[in-house]
Design a protein around this ligand. Structure first.
Ligand code: P6P
Length: 333
């Protein structure tokens, strides 16, 4: 008997008390929105959704048509339910308040509506990343400051990867579960529970073209991986870089590995490329819930106190023993 996402969430609510009815509703709506995004993504050129939208986002990055479509789908799906106080998106400079015509809820939803946009037009896996926080008690209304909570405060986090399968991956603090979209039923079906990342790995993920810009601890770590069995690691490594964080993290959750997007000296004022609130935090919680680790090279990502909504962070995540080694090299440098 297959278990649907809906049944899984009811059991998380009823049997484990892990989530409230409002959070269960919110997660159902997010999953439904991801089904809609998957449908648009899968149409590709047939849906006229490829290519640039002719605009830039707050990061100064060219927005693809599908970035804006995905953002709109998530906004429209989540506005009316009564479970949210506000939303924040990589594609929007400021937070999106729930219109007064709808009831206000106690949750804050953050998302990267379509991560890996550079892969959209070349038919490589992309995905939606989301993070859920509770609005702080008290205080009339909601402001950006309410979102600035460390990753340890998340009550739910996950992603939906649009690849050969469309898979919804979720944690509510009770381990990581994976749900594959059954297109005939139109529902997400539980296909893996209690996901575990092996503590060791022979596979690293990093954009090697940036090597000359890295700080010495990262260069040391990668050099040792490249030396393989003839070097201090005593084993050969493989390399993967999909340039869609969702796809790289999904591989790591599935078979282990270490992912690095470190600070580099091209823009020394920027701590890294990836965003803390709606990329690094949700992915770090998922990885930790699966027995892995996630740091910015020096400290646990989930402990970082955000200062701004779109702030960036260096990311080292995945198999715990590898993340610990990279972190040790940073702290020793
Ligand atoms: P680069 C996608 O644009 C993204 O934000 C992540 O999904 C991905 O890991 C990274 O950037 C890829 O960056 O510099 O290799 O293109």
């Amino acid at each position: 008997m297959s278990v649907s996402l809906s049944r899984y969430l009811v059991e998380q609510q009823r049997e484990r008390g892990a989530i409230t009815p409002e959070l269960r509703l919110l997660l159902e709506v997010v999953a439904r929105a991801c089904k809609g995004i998957s449908h648009s993504v899968n149409k590709g050129a047939l849906g006229g959704v490829l290519g640039s939208a002719g605009s830039e986002n707050v990061q100064g990055e060219v927005q693809k048509k599908l970035d804006l479509i995905a953002n709109e789908v998530l906004i429209e799906a989540n506005e009316w339910g009564g479970h949210l106080a506000a939303m924040a998106s990589e594609e929007m400079e400021t937070i999106h308040l729930i219109p007064n015509r709808y009831p206000q809820g106690e949750y804050l939803l953050l998302f990267d509506p379509l991560d890996g946009s550079s892969n959209i037009d070349v038919n490589v896996s992309i995905g939606t990343i989301f993070s859920v926080l509770k609005k702080p008690e008290g205080g009339a209304g909601v402001s950006e400051a309410d979102f600035l909570q460390p990753g340890t405060q998340q009550v739910a986090a996950g992603y939906c990867v649009y690849g050969p399968q469309t898979t919804f991956v979720l944690t509510v603090g009770d381990g990581v579960s994976m749900f594959t979209l059954d297109r005939e039923q139109g529902s997400f079906v539980l296909t893996q529970e209690n996901v575990r990342i092996p503590k060791d790995t022979k596979e690293f993920a990093i954009n090697m073209s940036n090597m000359r810009h890295w700080d010495s601890p990262v260069k040391r770590y990668i050099d040792e991986c490249l030396m393989g069995s003839e070097g201090p690691r005593g084993k050969d490594f493989n390399m993967r870089w999909i340039a869609s964080m969702v796809a790289d993290v999904h591989r790591i959750l599935t078979r282990g590995g270490v992912f690095l997007y470190p600070w580099d000296k091209r823009e020394p004022g920027k701590p890294g490329k990836l965003r803390l609130m709606y990329e690094a935090n949700p992915m770090s919680w998922l990885v930790e819930q699966a027995g892995g680790a996630a740091t910015n090279g020096r400290e646990r990502i989930l402990n970082i106190q955000p200062k701004t909504l779109h702030e960036r962070v260096s990311v080292v995540l995945g198999s715990k023993n590898e993340v610990d080694l990279v972190t040790k090299y940073h702290l020793g440098s």
